[in-house]
Design a protein around this ligand. Structure first.
Ligand SMILES: [Zn+2]
Length: 571
């Protein structure tokens, strides 16, 4: 197949040297400067030819992986009767976030933010037997959310391209299989798009909540912090993240417990300095109320307790941090001076790092007093052990032990087990082999197709502009022609045209900068637009029978013989 070709002299693009005033993040600035998108209204953009080519490439990767995973492509309407949304209760749930339009008969329509209602109604109308299931339908279509504050270009837009898939199964085992197939396909999509990403289990409010995972692309400007491992696929929300447990170690013989007077010393660091030690050798005992019981959480003085981990350690019970009012009710509990041996605690739950080979400085259960040389097993014994500190960057990965990282992430995908919420509200049922009726088990799976462009640019750019991964680049090769004014100009132009036609004939998509512009302008635009390979065809080089190749992402340069350049470029 012939590769696509485009001449810069005809391409509908005007690059900008300066950042647009309303852009705050690199991807937004660069996509406007490179002429991929133009703002029409707040959070609403026109897609210019180069932007459209990248969008199509990303959509095609998504399409190929969805098809390979057994999903079938459909197109569902953008304008959806609002009555459907009332039936599911989501008209109210979305509130002002949803665009609503009225037709000439004054009937209301929702501008689709997703399509559970329409697709469930569709499947319910066509399928009624267990023999029909499973089925997974997807679309790649424009979606709408009336964001209060659209920003960051395509990252929080009001109109965006999204892939949404919906699976229908006869039972929970089937739902799990459909969900797993989508999960695996998502990994392939984001890998092919050139993203560094991890999947993160979404925090579920209550026990037994819906199963759902978010795919986060690592990006400094991401909206959510998360913990991840570079060496394996471990990743988690900051609340759910844990580190590798500390092993028990032998504690050398310690001096006897020694009370010390520490008056008027607010905070761990002041106490540590007064006692000529460091915060990591102090221990905090943090009071929690667990169904009316006092529970102490023990963590090193330089670490923060993870309240969610303490909640998780007492499943099914009501857990909360002690408040000033709680302390006021208990005159025996000296706030700020609680020790791990406080007799009034029902439980003491200790982080595994409390198993350290040294004694601890702890509260002495008396206002203005601490105790030194508090020794595990001799002076205090926790009733339970767990990982209850908030993970910090550099902590050991619970899966492989490598140092964990904390970064921000852009959510580029989400897989969700819906169960029967929509099939119940919209009547999607089937009869089994015995004639009994059941509700279909549903899953829904979203990918932010236009959002992926922002994530890719956030990861693949430098001061000069975008550096597209080949898989999504608008063109693979950008030929910069510098014919000059001399009598060799025609020869140089001929050489560039030959490369342009030759590459296209071999199926390569090529952009040719044939404009009458200065070398500086052409090179700056080539870096800004970010095609993976730049070829410079100039008078000096052509005189020696060579062209210069530059790899945009690395800046690596070499020279190719004109005679064999086509082979070298398509090898
Ligand atoms: Zn790891």
């Amino acid at each position: 197949m012939t590769g696509a070709g485009m001449r810069m002299s005809s391409l509908f693009v005007r690059t900008l040297r300066d950042d647009p005033a309303d852009a705050e993040v690199p991807s937004h600035k660069l996509m406007v400067r490179a002429g991929l998108i133009r703002r029409v209204a707040s959070g609403i953009y026109s897609w210019l030819p180069l932007g459209n080519r990248v969008l199509r490439n990303v959509a095609q990767i998504v399409r190929e992986e969805m098809d390979a995973a057994g999903a079938q492509e459909v197109i569902l309407p953008i304008a959806q009767p609002l009555d459907l949304w009332k039936q599911s209760g989501r008209d109210e749930a979305y509130g002002p976030m949803m665009f609503r339009v009225q037709d000439r008969k004054e009937a209301w329509y929702a501008m689709s933010p997703t399509a559970e209602e329409v697709v469930t109604t569709l499947v319910a109308g066509e399928y009624s037997s267990y023999k029909d299931l499973p089925v997974n339908l997807y679309q790649i279509n424009w979606k709408y959310r009336d964001e209060l504050r659209p920003r960051f270009g395509l990252l929080r837009a009001r109109e965006f391209l999204m892939k949404d898939a919906y699976s229908f199964d006869a039972d929970l085992a089937g739902l799990q299989a459909s969900y797993d197939a989508m999960y695996d396909a998502y990994g392939r999509v984001f890998t092919r798009c050139g993203l560094t990403f991890r999947s993160v289990k979404a925090q579920s409010g209550e026990i037994g909540g819906d199963t759902s995972q978010e795919f986060m692309a690592v990006a400094a400007i991401g909206e959510d912090a998360f913990v991840w491992c570079e060496q394996c696929d471990y990743a988690a929300n900051t609340e759910a993240a844990t580190r590798r447990a500390h092993e028990g170690v032998a504690i050398p013989e310690q001096p006897a417990r020694e009370p010390v007077h520490t008056p008027d010393m607010p905070g761990i660091d002041v106490v540590a300095e007064h006692l000529n030690t460091t915060a990591d050798l102090l221990m905090k005992a943090i009071a929690f109320d667990v169904d009316g019981d006092l529970v102490l959480a023990l963590v090193p003085g330089d670490r923060e307790v993870n309240e969610y981990a303490v909640f998780a350690a007492f499943p099914g019970r009501s857990v909360r941090l002690y408040t000033d009012a709680d302390f006021a009710m208990r005159s025996d509990l000296p706030k700020g001076y609680i020790g791990p041996d406080f007799a009034g605690a029902t439980h003491t739950i200790a982080d595994s790092s409390i198993r350290a080979p040294h004694g601890w400085v702890t509260g002495a259960n008396e206002v203005d007093h601490h105790a030194k040389h508090m020794t595990l097993g001799r002076d205090f014994t926790p009733s339970e052990w767990a990982e209850i500190v908030l993970v910090e960057s550099g902590d050991a990965c619970p899966s492989c032990g490598s140092p964990l990282r904390i970064d921000r992430g852009i959510e580029v995908g989400h897989v969700f087990q819906l169960g029967t919420k929509y099939s119940e509200a919209l009547g999607a049922s089937f009869t089994d082999e015995h004639g009994a009726e059941h509700l279909m088990q549903m899953g829904c799976y979203g990918i932010g197709v236009s959002r992926i462009l922002s994530a890719v640019v956030e990861e693949h750019h430098d001061d000069g502009g975008i550096a597209w991964p080949a898989s999504v680049a608008p063109y693979q090769v950008h030929i910069v022609v510098l014919p000059g004014r001399g009598d060799t100009a025609a020869t140089v132009t001929r050489a560039a045209e030959d490369l342009y036609e030759g590459l296209r004939a071999r199926g390569v998509d090529v952009l040719l900068d044939d404009r009458d512009a200065s070398p500086g302008v052409k090179f700056a635009d080539a870096d800004l637009l970010g095609m993976p390979v730049q070829l410079t065809v100039g008078a000096k080089g052509v005189g020696r029978g060579v062209v210069e190749r530059k790899v945009r992402a690395t800046g690596e340069r070499d020279e190719l013989d004109l005679a064999t350049a086509l082979d070298a470029l398509t090898a």
